[in-house]
Design a protein around this ligand. Structure first.
Ligand code: ATP
Ligand code: MG
Ligand code: MG
Ligand code: MG
Length: 476
C-alpha cells in the first residue's frame, strides 16, 4: 500500500494540474541554447526565458517532472554520489511554476495541502525554513507567518541566511528568498531538534525548495511579475513516503541494485558492506542511459567528456567490488526497463544506448590494468619518499595515455591515503595544449609559407641542395 515512485510523480503532477497548472513534459538534459550550462540541473532551467519575460507560453502555471544532472558548475554532486544516501548525479525534480501568476500565499497553501492532505506526511516531523534577512534584503517573515497560518508549529519554522535561503539566477535578473521543507526521519521524535536541519545529520532530509522570485537583482526593487519556482527531488520524496533511509532503497533503485548483485553473483550483505560503489554504479547507470538517450556520446570535450568520466568511474567502481568483465550494459538494460514507462525514448534507443555504453566500457577496460599498475608504481614512489600527493604531471600522463580522468586518479590515490597535485595537473595539461598549438602553427607555416610562398625553386630537393651548396644554409 506504499506509493510507488511512479505514483508519487503522478500524484504531484495531477495535484498541480487540478490547481490550474499545465503538465509540461521534461526537456532533454542538454540545454539547447544555453552555453553557460552543460546540463539541466533544476526544474526551472527550461523556463528561464519565461521567467525573464523573453518568452511567452500559453499558460502562466506549469508543473513538471524534469530530468536533472548535477555534475558540473554551480551544482556538482559527483563526489557526494556513493557516500551520500540521498544524492545522485541524475535525478528527477518535481516542480510547480508560476509565471507572474500566484505568489507566496498560494504557493505555501498548495505546498501544505500537497504534503499534509495528499501525501499525508506526519506534520510533527516537518520543518520549514525561511530567509532570515541581512543588510540588503529584509527577512521573509511573510513566508514564516504563512506556514504558521497553515498549521506549522512556530517552533519548527527556522530562519537561515543567504547560503540556504536566498536564490539568485545570476548577477542580474530575478532573485528572492526561498523556503524549504525538511523532514525528520529518525526513530526518536524526542531527539528531534532544530540543530539537525541543514546539517549533515542523515535523520533530516531536505525534500522541497520553494523559491519566490521577488526582486530584480541589480536594483533590488520588487519585480513587476513576481513568480514562483519549486523543486522537490522525486527520489527523496519516494524515500520518505516508502519509509526508508536512502534514495537507493526505494523502488527507483532496488531493481538496479539487485541487477548489480545478480551480475556480480554477490548478495545483499556484500551490497550493505560496500554501499558507496553499488550506489555509484546504480546512479551512474541511470545517468549514462539518459545522457545517451539525449544524444550525448562519450568523448573528449564538454558534455561528452562528462559522460566519459561518469562511465569510467562506474566501470572502475565495478572493478573495485569484483567485476572482471564489462557489466554496465546489463545494469543499464534494467535502468531502461524500469524507466521506459515514464521516458519512452529510452526504449526507442535501447540498443543504441547499450552498444555505445558497452563499447566505451570495453575500450576503457583495455587500458585500465595498464593505468592501474602505472599508478601503483607512482603511489609507491610517493609513499616511500614520504610525500602525500601524486605529482600533477603523472596524473596528466595517466589521463593522456590511459584515459584516466583526474577524478579517477584522485579516487585511486585517495584509497592509498594520497591526494593529487591538481595545480600541477592543470599546468601539465596547459603546457601540452600550448605545445600542440605551436606544433599546429609550425605545420601551417611550413606548408603554406616556407615551401610554397618563399620563391624557392619548385623542386624542394634541388632548392635545398642549391642553398646548401652555396653555404647559405649555415646562415639561416
Ligand atoms: P542538498 O542541500 O541536499 O544538496 P540542494 O539544496 O542542493 O540539496 P536544491 O537546489 O534546493 O537542492 O534542489 C531542490 C531539491 O532537489 C532538493 O530539495 C532535493 O529534494 C532535490 N535534490 C537536490 N540535489 C539532489 C541530488 N543530487 N540528488 C537527488 N535529489 C536532489
Ligand atoms: Mg546540493
Ligand atoms: Mg540544501
Ligand atoms: Mg535546497
Amino acid at each position: 500500500q506504499k506509493l510507488r515512485a511512479a505514483q508519487i510523480r503522478e500524484t504531484y503532477l495531477k495535484f498541480f494540474e487540478r490547481h490550474g497548472h499545465t503538465i509540461v513534459p521534461s526537456t532533454s538534459l542538454v540545454v539547447a541554447d544555453d552555453p553557460t550550462l552543460l546540463f539541466v540541473n533544476s526544474g526551472m532551467v527550461p523556463f528561464k526565458d519565461v521567467f525573464l519575460g523573453l518568452e511567452q507560453r500559453p499558460y502562466s502555471r506549469a508543473t513538471t517532472a524534469q530530468k536533472c544532472l548535477r555534475v558540473s558548475g554551480k551544482h556538482n554532486d559527483l563526489e557526494e554520489v556513493g557516500p551520500s544516501p540521498r544524492h545522485q548525479t541524475f535525478f528527477e525534480m518535481l516542480g510547480n511554476f508560476s509565471f507572474g501568476d500566484y505568489f507566496k500565499a498560494d504557493a505555501i497553501a498548495m505546498a501544505w495541502k500537497l504534503l499534509v492532505e495528499e501525501f499525508k506526511l506526519p506534520v510533527e516531523r516537518l520543518w520549514f525554513t525561511v530567509f532570515a534577512g541581512d543588510d540588503e534584503v529584509p527577512a521573509d517573515e511573510e513566508a514564516a507567518q504563512l506556514w504558521i497560518a497553515q498549521g506549522a508549529d512556530p517552533a519548527r519554522v527556522l530562519r537561515f541566511g543567504r547560503k540556504d535561503n536566498f536564490w539568485v539566477m545570476g548577477d542580474t535578473g530575478p532573485c528572492g528568498p526561498c523556503s524549504e521543507i525538511t523532514m525528520y526521519i529518525g526513530d526518536d521524535l524526542a531527539k528531534m531538534s532544530a540543530a539537525g536541519v541543514n546539517s549533515d545529520d542523515p535523520d533530516y532530509v531536505e525534500i522541497w525548495n520553494n523559491v519566490f522570485m521577488q526582486y530584480e537583482r541589480s536594483t533590488m526593487r520588487p519585480l513587476p511579475r513576481q513568480s514562483v519556482d519549486t523543486g522537490m527531488g522525486l527520489e527523496r520524496m519516494t524515500m520518505v513516503m516508502q519509509g526508508v533511509h536512502s534514495n537507493y532503497d526505494t523502488d527507483l533503485f532496488v531493481p538496479i541494485i539487485n541487477r548489480i548483485i545478480t551480475e556480480l553473483g554477490s548478495d545483499e550483505a556484500h551490497y550493505r558492506a560496500n554501499l558507496a560503489p553499488y550506489r555509484a554504479i546504480a546512479d551512474h547507470s541511470r545517468a549514462i542511459a539518459f545522457l545517451i538517450a539525449d544524444g550525448v556520446l562519450p568523448g573528449n570535450n564538454g558534455r561528452s567528456y562528462v559522460l566519459r568520466r561518469i562511465l569510467r568511474r562506474a566501470a572502475y567502481q565495478g572493478r573495485s567490488i569484483g567485476f572482471t568483465r564489462p557489466f554496465l550494459a546489463e545494469v543499464i538494460s534494467t535502468v531502461i526497463g524500469e524507466m521506459a514507462p515514464a521516458y519512452p525514448q529510452l526504449a526507442e534507443r535501447h540498443a543504441f544506448i547499450l552498444e555505445s555504453a558497452n563499447a566505451e566500457e570495453q575500450q576503457f577496460l583495455r587500458t585500465l590494468s595498464g593505468g592501474i599498475s602505472r599508478l601503483s608504481t607512482i603511489i609507491e614512489q610517493v609513499q616511500s619518499s614520504g610525500g602525500n600527493a601524486v605529482p600533477g604531471n603523472d596524473a596528466f600522463v595517466l589521463k593522456d595515455t590511459y584515459g584516466f580522468p583526474l577524478d579517477l586518479t584522485q579516487r585511486i590515490a585517495g584509497e592509498a591515503g594520497l591526494t593529487v597535485d591538481e595545480a600541477g595537473y592543470t599546468a601539465a595539461m596547459n603546457e601540452q595544449r600550448e605545445r600542440s598549438r605551436a606544433a599546429a602553427q609550425f605545420k601551417r607555416g611550413a606548408d603554406a609559407e616556407i615551401w610554397a610562398d618563399k620563391g624557392l625553386p619548385s623542386t624542394e630537393f634541388l632548392g635545398y641542395t642549391q642553398v646548401a651548396a652555396s653555404g647559405q644554409i649555415l646562415a639561416l
